[in-house]
Design a binder for this molecule. Structure first.
Ligand code: SAM
Length: 243
């Protein structure tokens, strides 16, 4: 049973508070590898030929914008308005700097809303992506039902989340970094001690590998699969709604 306070108000306040420093800290704390991880999501989505994608817990829009640049129509949903504001600013500047490549799909829309109550009608999306968001959800079971509801039949999900590596040596190094160095750098730059203490705790709290696959199975998804990234620091979970 989790002791972390994942009430919506608490989580959105935390992300609103770190929004301004979020991208910079992501690049520093992951040594820039987070971008490569998100590319794996896009590769999966493109392999399924998804045209209309919901990027749930989109945050500052990194994944949404990259999908948009690949010609995919995207809607980003998140509970933290300040994260969405940054997503909009970044998206507008991406459009200006990409004018020459003439992107033809619609500009992503960024909407305030929660995974537990997705503001869309059933059978809307070809795919749902979530990058580093699902471990923060207040009620994962309700959210998975909601995702299942808004997906078209045969639609896919691509969920990227941190994990604790299973290799003993890698795990020790990772836990040292995650429990000591990361909260220190995070709190100095963001001035929010709690948010970067919450990060490693929320990762350890999240059901990993086969445990999460079981949850997806119970939520009615099929073709369940996971791939470890960077020695298991992150995991890409993929699945499909039955046709
Ligand atoms: C670590 S950030 C990830 C942001 C972005 N996907 C990325 O790859 O950088 C987690 C995001 O999940 C959002 N979030 C947390 N709980 C949520 C919920 N129940 N519904 C929608 N978004 C949620 C937070 O507001 C935050 O923006």
């Amino acid at each position: 049973m989790s002791t972390l306070n994942k009430e919506r108000e608490n989580i959105s306040a935390m992300f609103n508070n770190i929004a301004e420093n979020y991208d910079r800290l992501n690049r520093i704390l992951s040594f820039g590898i987070d971008r490569k991880w998100r590319k794996r999501v896009i590769k999966h989505i493109k392999s399924k030929d998804a045209k209309y994608v919901l990027d749930l817990a989109c945050g500052t829009g990194d994944l949404s914008i990259e999908m948009y640049k690949e010609g995919i129509s995207v809607v980003g949903v998140d509970i933290a308005q300040k994260m969405l504001d940054i997503a909009n600013i970044k998206c507008n500047s991406a459009i200006i700097s990409n004018k020459a490549t003439a992107i033809t799909n619609d500009k992503p829309k960024f909407i305030l809303g929660s995974a537990e109550e997705i503001p869309f009608t059933p059978l809307t999306f070809d795919a749902v992506t979530i990058a580093f968001g699902i471990r923060n959800f207040q009620d994962r079971n309700i959210a998975l039902k909601e995702i299942h509801r808004v997906l078209k039949r045969g639609g896919c999900i691509s969920i990227l989340e941190f994990a604790v590596p299973r290799n003993i040596i890698w795990k020790r190094l990772y836990l040292f970094y995650f429990n000591t160095i990361l909260p220190l750098i995070g709190s100095v730059i963001s001035k929010d001690k709690e948010a970067y203490k919450y990060l490693p705790e929320s990762v350890k709290d999240f059901p990993q590998y086969d445990y999460f696959i079981d949850e997806l199975n119970r939520a009615g998804f099929v073709n369940l699969r996971y791939r470890t990234l960077t020695g298991g620091v992150a995991v890409l979970y993929t699945a499909q709604k039955k046709i």
